[in-house]
Write a protein that binds this ligand. Structure first.
Ligand code: GDD
Ligand code: MN
Length: 361
């Protein structure tokens, strides 16, 4: 009986570490080094609506608007929609900025505070671009992020383009996690589509968005949901390596911040489970769902079994695990598993559709 516990525990450890590891190595070796099988189209220069949802972004909104303004994209093809629910005077900064930048169209929406997704849907009602680009107020693009994203959308099969993220911080856990994640995003995109998208830059063709029916208001992960939805409709939803966004990472409140984002990611994954997926996308989607929803639970399960087995091998393995926590990538991994488990549970009583503002470092 105890040996059985040991074997099941061992099998769980192997699966817990092995499945993501094998997947990562496969994506890294096979996918991420491949050439793209879709082409950028620099002649595609559609009207673009850049939508910035804002809740109390007074301190960053001007820099954000300047950053959009300095994109190498024609101003007459650009409109900026600020969907604002602030009570800190963000709207006054936007108004002032708009009156001194008259060559680009700025629409300012005053909305009650009902969460980001509702604000996005209000903005869509007045957006008249052929491409809609969502972007958070507290992040910055490189000067060619927008033009590059749009050029990828110029390919007929691409429906969604999102960005790679570079944290503007030296937080080691966040950085380790990002570099790993970025390789996965690009590799999956080269195979078909990825599953994780970023509100820092989320570009989508208007007709794809319309066909999907806009953003469901009960899903916090608007980007994740819509990216997967578009891929399920047969489009490519990609994160190319030349579309980059820098974001500020909070110093305090880091755990809550990661937790809420993870909750929203899980909402996006769960809400797309029943959609039919293209054949090339299905293995990517299934593996990511396994890694985010199932795999984390093998960690506590295997710890319990190994401890209960009473065997020396079990104890040695547990000791190795504890020692390995000194190694930052492993620590980041375990931290992520804890966040994923807690977010799945927390979604049952609090979906965080309206969330408190986390001050950035
Ligand atoms: N209008 C409006 N109303 N805007 C809001 C609201 C709201 O109630 N809540 C947040 N926002 C705006 C913020 O001002 C910011 O521009 C953007 O939505 C993202 O919110 P943040 O508070 O900055 O969240 P984050 O930095 O963790 O954002 C990431 O996670 C979110 C999901 O948890 C990004 O990936 C977001 O795109 C994503 O939605
Ligand atoms: Mn933010």
């Amino acid at each position: 009986m105890l040996t059985l516990l040991l074997y099941i525990g061992l099998a769980m450890v192997v699966a817990h570490v092995g499945v993501p590891l094998v997947y990562y190595v496969l994506i890294y070796m096979v996918a991420s080094r491949r050439d793209w099988d879709t082409v950028v189209n620099r002649n595609y220069i559609p009207k673009v609506s850049v939508v910035v949802p804002t809740f109390n972004e007074r301190d960053v909104i001007e820099e954000k608007l300047n950053n959009i303004y300095s994109q190498n994209y024609p101003h007459d093809k650009l409109e900026i929609i600020v969907a604002d629910s602030s009570d800190d005077g963000t709207d006054q900064v936007v108004d002032r900025w708009a009156s001194s930048h008259v060559d680009v169209s700025v629409k300012l929406l005053k909305l009650p505070r009902q969460g980001k997704v509702r604000a996005l849907n209000e903005a869509l009602k007045i957006a008249d671009g052929d491409v809609v680009v969502l972007t958070d107020a507290d992040c910055l693009w490189t000067s060619d992020s927008l033009a590059n994203a749009v050029a990828w959308l110029g390919s007929r099969d691409v429906g969604v383009v999102s960005c790679l993220k570079k944290p503007l911080s030296s937080e080691p856990v966040e950085n380790a996690y990002r570099s790993l994640y970025n390789i996965l995003r690009v590799g999956e995109s080269k195979l078909h589509s990825t599953v994780v998208f970023h509100g820092e830059l989320f570009a989508i063709k208007r007709d794809v968005l319309n066909a999907a029916g806009g953003f469901p208001i009960n899903i916090g992960g608007d980007d994740t949901y819509m990216g997967i939805r578009a891929a399920s409709m047969g489009y490519r939803s990609i994160v190319p390596d030349n579309v980059v966004c820098m974001e500020y990472v909070p110093g305090r409140g880091y755990f809550r911040w990661r937790l809420r984002r993870s909750q929203h990611l899980i909402q996006g994954l769960v809400s797309t489970l029943s959609l039919r997926k293209p054949r090339r996308y299905l293995p990517i989607y299934i593996t990511e769902v396994y890694i985010h929803l199932v795999n984390p639970w093998l960690l506590p399960a295997s710890i319990i079994l190994l401890a209960a087995s009473g065997s020396v091998i079990g104890y040695v393995l547990l000791a190795v695990g504890v020692v390995a926590l000194a190694w930052p990538p492993f620590r980041a991994w375990v931290f992520n598993q804890v966040i994923l488990m807690y977010s799945s549970l927390r979604n049952m009583w609090n979906r965080e559709l309206v969330w408190p503002k986390v001050p950035k470092a």
